[in-house]
Ligand binder design. Structure first.
Ligand code: GDP
Length: 585
């Protein structure tokens, strides 16, 4: 296919590159540079858009210029799983301990189950590929490991439908195996275990089964419900079985997508390409992405100039379950970001500008150093999600035991992961990925690695380290109490009886009262008791004595009370006046 530079197209059209680029930006294809290269099909899209723009600007003048109107931007697509549609390819991620064979497994599947377009043609990975098994497709995310997996989830995106946990049969369950399991558990996706390297003489698959069973994952053939498939990623043995199991689980999960439904597409990889501009790979989970669609992705946008599939082939559209590379964005969006469809470039620009402004503001009010209490003051959630790291297995067990003794009514303590070693980035991403819980990462006798520190700062995740176990448990207990918020008690300050009522235009009903005991205070809380029963609880809106506003009225005196938002007070009602006082939790 012949390639062209953008400036060459401009020359053909007889306009300066600058003018062409400007016109394309107005038509919703921002971010192009004169030196970028495009193929013949992309060039065609560019020519058409330019001519369309020319037609528009002679008819409508400079519409689309200047400040974008901040109107009618599309709402973010709903996150819920589509129930309708057709079965779509499941999206699978591969996780496990280092050197257990994740990369080899992904390579083997690619070699044996991806139908090659051209013999000898090397296709560059776009971050995901589709394998064909018994005439059906499985989409694999081909960056293995739980970091990518959880980074995405930390943005609230759930791209993976099924997780494959790779455990080497000669090594067994290791630290990162445990981490991976916790990450999969937190994501709530079904897990299939690939017991790898069974070709090795020292392989002991039963030991792996045993270790996993001890963790609560009993293999199916032992009467449990965890699917475990022995494989050799190197020789390919068992790989077909593994793929068939993935399809089986996909069927059980009833994974569907509706090509005509609302778009749900998530970025899994992105980079800036000097020749092609911003490139992002997304996986479409629902709906369809098409060439020329105008999209907003987080704080960037663009009109899709080209869609490229996992074999480097240009496609016109991408439906549910498909990984696809997008060209035409103004900038590089981060992994985990959602793609939203909009109708007009102006809507896209307005949405993006609004988001950029908000992001900037949020950065400006970067919080000063906070106390442990402050961190939790604003939290509305009643669950504390904790990752606990310790220097040794012994220390970890001790800390876990202590944490188990903490009980605070009304707050749950959820230890997402407990492991040995320094606090790392994936620990931060794990707590950040949990919704409706206050995140917290604690270390016992361990350090925080700098990347983890940065990730925590960016996301506002509190991280604390301790050398004394007692301090750790004390802080966690305090944090949990804080989540409950302060407690209030009612303190009675007085009582009044309603002698008369007046309905005043524009004000409402006013109760003429005599204060029987204590005092009545403006702004205080009030309970209306009728025949000993509480009929209303509210606040004293205004308090008058001889038509004068007063702050309080003492026992024995008469006054006029207006209860805020309440017009049904009656003669004979008793008004119980009280205040709410905070008691430290
Ligand atoms: P990753 O870190 O989990 O991605 O592991 P790799 O795929 O890089 O594999 C680590 C090493 O184990 C490499 O030297 C592989 O060749 C080897 N390996 C992976 N799978 C197998 C297998 O099934 N059998 C044998 N014998 N070696 C394997």
């Amino acid at each position: 296919m012949s390639k062209k530079r953008v400036y060459e197209i401009a020359r053909e059209l007889g306009v300066p590159s600058k003018e062409l680029i400007q016109a394309l930006a107005e038509m919703g294809m921002p971010g192009l540079k004169a030196v970028n290269t495009v193929d013949e099909e992309e060039a065609e899209v560019i020519r058409e858009l330019f001519l369309e723009h020319k037609g528009q600007s002679t008819v409508e003048g400079a519409e689309g210029e200047g400040i974008p109107t901040p109107v009618a931007v599309e709402p973010a697509p709903a996150k819920q799983k589509p129930k309708v549609g057709e079965p779509r390819p499941p999206v699978v991620a591969v996780l496990g301990h280092i050197d257990h064979g994740k990369t080899t497994l992904l390579d083997t599947i690619r070699k044996t189950h991806v139908t090659q377009q051209e013999a000898g043609g090397i296709t560059q990975s776009i971050g995901a590929y589709q394998a064909e098994v018994d005439g059906r497709l499985i989409t694999f995310i081909d960056t293995p490991g739980h970091k990518a997996f959880t980074a995405m989830r930390a943005r609230g995106a759930q791209v993976t439908d099924i997780a494959v946990l790779v455990v080497a049969a000669d090594d067994g369950v290791m630290a990162q195996t445990l981490e991976a399991i916790d990450h999969i558990k937190a994501a709530g996706v079904p897990m299939i275990v690939a017991i790898n390297k069974i070709d090795k003489p020292e392989a002991n698959p039963d030991r792996v089964r045993q270790e996993l069973a001890q963790l609560g994952y009993t293999p199916e053939d032992w009467g449990g419900d965890t699917i475990m498939v022995p494989v050799s990623a190197l020789t390919g043995e068992g790989v077909q079985d593994l793929l068939e199991m993935i399809l089986l689980v996909a069927d059980m999960e009833d994974i569907r997508g509706d090509p005509g439904g609302e778009l749900d597409a998530i970025v899994i990889e992105s980079h800036m390409d000097t020749a092609r501009g911003a490139v992002a790979t997304v996986i479409v989970k629902n709906g369809t992405l098409r060439e020329r669609d105008i999209i907003v992705v987080g704080t960037t946008w663009g009109r899709i100039r080209a869609l490229v599939d996992h074999q480097g082939k240009r496609i016109k559209e991408a439906g549910p379950g498909t990984p696809v590379q997008i060209l035409g964005l103004e900038d590089v969006p981060p992994a985990g970001e959602r793609v939203e469809l909009v109708r007009k470039p102006n809507q896209a620009k307005a949405l993006v500008e609004e988001r950029r402004r908000k992001a900037l503001e949020a950065r400006r009010v970067a919080r000063p150093l906070m106390t442990f209490e402050d961190l939790f003051e604003a939290a509305q959630r009643k669950r504390l999600a904790v990752v606990l790291k310790a220097e040794s297995m012994g220390a970890l067990d001790a800390a876990r035991l202590e944490l188990g003794t903490i009980e605070t009514e009304g707050v749950d303590l959820d230890v997402l992961h407990a492991g040995v070693g320094p606090i790392n980035e994936s620990d931060i991403l794990l707590v950040a990925s949990v919704e409706d819980a206050q995140p917290l990462v604690v270390g016992f006798g361990v350090k925080v690695d700098p990347k983890a520190r940065r990730a925590a700062d960016e996301r506002g995740i509190p991280v604390r380290t301790y050398d004394i176990i007692y301090d750790l448990t004390q802080d966690i207990e305090r944090a949990m109490k804080r989540l409950l918020g302060p407690e209030f008690v009612e303190v009675k300050v007085g009582e009044a009886e309603v002698l008369k009522t007046f309905d005043i235009d524009g004000v409402g009903r006013v109760a003429g009262c005599v204060v029987r005991s204590g005092k009545v205070v403006r702004g205080a809380r009030v309970k209306v008791l009728r025949l000993g029963e509480e009929v209303f609880v509210g606040e004293i809106g205004s308090l008058k004595r001889f038509a004068q506003d007063v702050r309080e009225v003492q026992a024995g005196r008469e006054c006029g009370i207006r209860i805020r938002d309440y017009d049904r007070v009656q003669v004979g009602d008793i008004l119980e006046i009280y205040t709410l006082e905070e008691v430290p939790a």
